[in-house]
Design a protein around this ligand. Structure first.
Ligand code: CO
Length: 327
């Protein structure tokens, strides 16, 4: 859930070291370490959620990858993490909890971050997440407010995790799709983030609860630009469109439709289910990256060097008002 509307009622930060906080729609908070003229900043984010897969190790790894994703979206290098755990007092084997935490630990290790501690509460429903901290040079900071006309839009992971996780809960997910879901959830956005830094890219965000179009809308509003997204160019997880059409959708879909209502324009005839899939709430989704035309080939090369994949899904077509043209 996005707390910015609730937190927005709090008095604003007046500390000049705060570069981003709860009042904006940025992926994480940003704080300058050595005063208002400092060169280095801390980047912090937190997220947690109930199990979305059956395998506790994969769930833990997904929880870590998901939290780290906000840091990667801003060009930050993860350094530390704290675990947030809800676990029932009775009825469940503590070996499950150990597996969850092992998955999270291994993923943090892969990211080069260390787990410093955490907090556990008794909870009828399992929950797991991480508060994560990263570091970024002020000059390298990436935000969702810097997309410019002419930029190409890239997406680094296929979408459909919400639909697949819903089908899994109803025992309607096939083995292949389940494995694809696992792979997608646990893959880090690290290589894509490093490719952004190598090329000097100014604007990106990660695709999570608001879905691809919701986070694209945040980029459009934050940058005050018009984005053109080609629906058929968006990579999709196996079976996601079929399961979407069968109605395996999360409760977040409706909220996300409303969230983009003021900016979304559909051009031509598009499959209704495909449009909805582009609003499917994602967990541990990919980065949506706006790449200046002049940097595009270098960016693609930087991705290839890191064995990272990204699909070109559209471009920034206008400046001066927030809009998404879906075609
Ligand atoms: Co984010």
């Amino acid at each position: 859930m996005d707390l910015s509307q609730v937190l927005g009622g709090l008095p604003p930060n007046t500390d000049p070291r705060v570069l981003a906080d709860y009042r904006g729609a940025s992926d994480a908070g940003v704080y300058l370490l050595d005063g208002p003229d400092g060169r280095d900043a801390l980047v912090q984010s937190v997220d947690f959620f109930t199990p979305i897969v059956d395998d506790p190790y994969i769930y833990g790894a997904a929880a870590a990858a998901n939290s780290l994703s906000d840091l990667y979206a801003m060009g930050a290098t993860p350094i530390t993490a704290l675990a947030i755990v809800g676990f029932p007092k009775k009825g469940l084997d503590f070996a499950i909890l150990a597996e969850m935490l092992r998955g999270g630990h291994d993923k943090l290790h892969e990211a080069g971050a260390v787990l410093l501690g955490g907090h556990t509460v008794q909870d009828d429903e399992i929950k797991l997440g991480y508060a994560v901290t990263g570091r970024v040079g002020r000059e390298d900071l990436v935000t969702n407010r810097e997309a410019r006309k002419g930029d190409r839009l890239y997406l680094t992971k296929p979408i459909g995790t919400g639909v697949l996780a819903t089908a899994l809960k109803k025992k309607k997910l096939g083995e292949d799709a389940n494995l694809a879901l696992h792979r997608n959830l646990v893959s880090l956005n690290r290589a894509a983030s490093e490719a952004m830094l190598a090329v000097g890219i100014a604007s990106a965000t990660d695709v999570t609860g608001f879905g691809l179009l919701g986070h694209a809308a945040e980029m459009a509003r934050g940058s005050n630009v018009a984005l053109e997204v080609e629906a058929l160019a968006v990579p999709i997880l196996p079976d996601a469109l079929r399961l979407q059409a069968k109605g395996y959708v999360t409760g977040g879909l409706r909220t996300n439709r409303r969230y983009v209502d003021d900016v979304l324009h559909i051009e031509g005839v598009l499959d209704r289910n495909l449009v909805d899939l582009l609003l499917d709430p994602q967990t541990s989704g990919g980065l949506l990256i706006a790449v200046a035309e002049a940097k595009e080939s270098r960016f693609r090369q930087a991705l290839t060097e890191r064995q990272a994949a990204a699909a070109r899904i559209g471009r920034v077509v206008g400046q001066g008002s927030a809009k998404i043209v879906l075609r």
